[in-house]
Design a protein. Structure first.
Length: 182
């Protein structure tokens, strides 16, 4: 006989697994751009959706699982890449930065569930951390200055990142409502 607590734990594990799968499906979908080793990716959109579908702990866990799945070699990173080399390569800092987006964005959504403006601020702060980690990492790996890393690893992506953020802010609250049912 299963208890309510066991059903709750099982339900939570299933939701985290399902959200991790969504990130793994969206993550490889990317568009390479010629001026940068960093492609335009839908991974952030997957993490935004995780933030809305789960709480801070769940969204962070789903993001960490995504990174672990990719690190062991499954092709879930941009361009259907995978393996520890992808984490150690030019995009590794951006990938690690996704964990901070999950934490910071979740704090905003969990604390201010009815405020898209405050959620947007959390998402922007999370993205700034991604940009910082990614640019520092890219600078070291590619042997370029921090400003050069910003120029090729951040500036070309800002509009796309804003578009993903706006899409998530638009559909996220509905996802949150639906997720509360389960």
């Amino acid at each position: 006989m299963t208890t309510v607590n066991e059903k709750t734990k099982t339900s939570r594990m299933v939701r985290v697994a399902m959200v991790t799968a969504v990130i793994c499906i969206l993550g490889p979908l990317s568009i390479p751009i010629p001026i940068s080793p960093v492609p335009i990716s839908l991974t952030q959109l997957g993490i935004y959706l995780a933030i809305y579908a789960l709480d801070k702990k769940g969204a962070t866990l789903a993001t960490l699982l995504y990174l672990l799945i990719g690190a062991v070699g499954l092709p879930v990173f941009s361009g259907f890449g995978g393996g520890i080399g992808k984490l150690a390569g030019p995009t590794g800092g951006y990938l690690i930065g996704f964990v901070f987006l999950a934490v910071i964005g979740s704090l905003a959504v969990d604390r201010y569930p009815d405020s898209r403006l405050k959620t947007a601020v959390g998402f922007v702060l999370g993205n700034l951390v991604i940009y910082l980690f990614g640019s520092v990492w890219l600078s070291v790996v590619a042997g370029v200055s921090f400003l050069q890393a910003l120029a090729v690893g951040v500036v070309p992506y800002i509009l796309f990142d804003v578009a993903k953020m706006l899409l998530a802010l638009g559909i996220g609250p509905k996802i949150r409502q639906l997720a509360k049912r389960y």
